[in-house]
Ligand binder design. Sequence first.
Ligand SMILES: *[C@@H]1O[C@H](CO)[C@@H](O)[C@H](O)[C@H]1NC(C)=O
Ligand SMILES: *[C@@H]1O[C@H](CO)[C@@H](O)[C@H](O)[C@H]1NC(C)=O
Ligand SMILES: *[C@@H]1O[C@H](CO)[C@@H](O)[C@H](O)[C@H]1NC(C)=O
Length: 401
Amino acid sequence: MLFDWNDPETHLDIIWHLYSVIFKALKLLTDNMQVTFCRLRTHQWCFILFNVILFHALLFGADFVEEYFLHALPYVDMKVLEIKDKARKLNMEPLRSNLSKYYILSQSEVCKGKNIFLLSLVFSSPGNETRRDLIRKTWGSVTSVRGHSILTLFALGMPFLVTTQQEIDKESHKNNDIIEGIFLDSAENQTLKIITMTQWAVTFCPNALFILKVDEEMFVNLPSLVDYLLNLKEHLEDIYVGRVIQQETPNRDPKSQEFVSFSEYPERYYPDYCSAEAFIVSQDVAQMMYVVSQEVPVTVPADVFVGICAKSIGLVPIHSSRFSGKKHIRYNRCCYKFIFTSSVITDAEMPLVWKEINDGKECTLFETYYGLISCKLLTYLDSFKGYHMGTIKNNAVYFRD
Ligand SMILES: *[C@@H]1O[C@H](CO)[C@@H](O)[C@H](O)[C@H]1NC(C)=O
Ligand SMILES: *[C@@H]1O[C@H](CO)[C@@H](O)[C@H](O)[C@H]1NC(C)=O
Ligand SMILES: *[C@@H]1O[C@H](CO)[C@@H](O)[C@H](O)[C@H]1NC(C)=O
């Protein structure tokens, strides 16, 4: 048989066959327990075991390889040392005294005198107060994990309408958690948004150890994220972590909106970078990025921009498959207690998810394992939507809670 690995149907076929085999074996066992146990010969056991292993390898193999083997080598040269030095001596005083030039709403005092472990900046669109309120009530309401404090703020650009600005002013007055930069909040201005917010973080929150950039459509499990950061390294520097995208090529189609010309970015591949939906940098990295951001072309997508900045300071992104990237992870309580983020959570889903994962019930190792298989498999099958056969859908019901 010839496999075309790029054909999604092949993957589906293989998983489907594995399932048939495993279920047949299980059925055989349960139907005929004692007899079968005795009669199965070594090679039959080996066959079953092989299939179980293959199944796990297919499901988790890619994550494993990405996480532990695909690391580019870091490098240090004179330029990097120079940038490090500049970052350490960064003087943000002029900016502080001319605040109104850069920000409409600046929250310049929210970080003052606090020991902040994680500053989470939710990139939100100006008109989406509904979403911000939902985040304030759910995952954004976490202010401390194991004694480490967390601050969640919303990052906005200017709206197109004056009336929206009035709404934002009211909302900001009530919640004191909105930063609004002086630039139009459009799809094309997202790189500018990242630069402005990095500038904000290094100016007004230099006491935050880590900075999370996250989009408003995401669900974030802050407690598991904090646990992960605590275990990451001894000293909390040089960190740039998220769902790493490798060997991405620039869009060279002149008709496309995301077109990047050769003169703006001449190389064939982008450097490795963390997917835009959610990533974390440590404070020192934010400062260095701010220093180099003036030299990087702003026409590339915002997340690539950060990746290019990281590369120029000799930093290699750390990958964790617990960041979902663009993917919506199918809900399962124990799975959601383990992962860091999931994308495209609907307004209706958010409070339900939040309530369930905070019900105080712990997950056993087996429950977490089962949860991961379940949400991984269902998410995987979701990626074939429009492709699927009815039978697979029906059978997938087996794995649902
Ligand atoms: C900021 O204000 C100071 C005076 O407080 C002025 O000397 C400086 O030029 C201003 N900087 C910018 C970038 O406008
Ligand atoms: C980006 O922001 C600048 C500053 O507000 C604005 O002049 C420009 O029109 C915006 N670009 C787009 C494409 O919206
Ligand atoms: C608000 O954000 C959510 C999540 O990204 C999105 O589904 C919704 O369409 C947005 N609403 C507005 C008015 O922009």
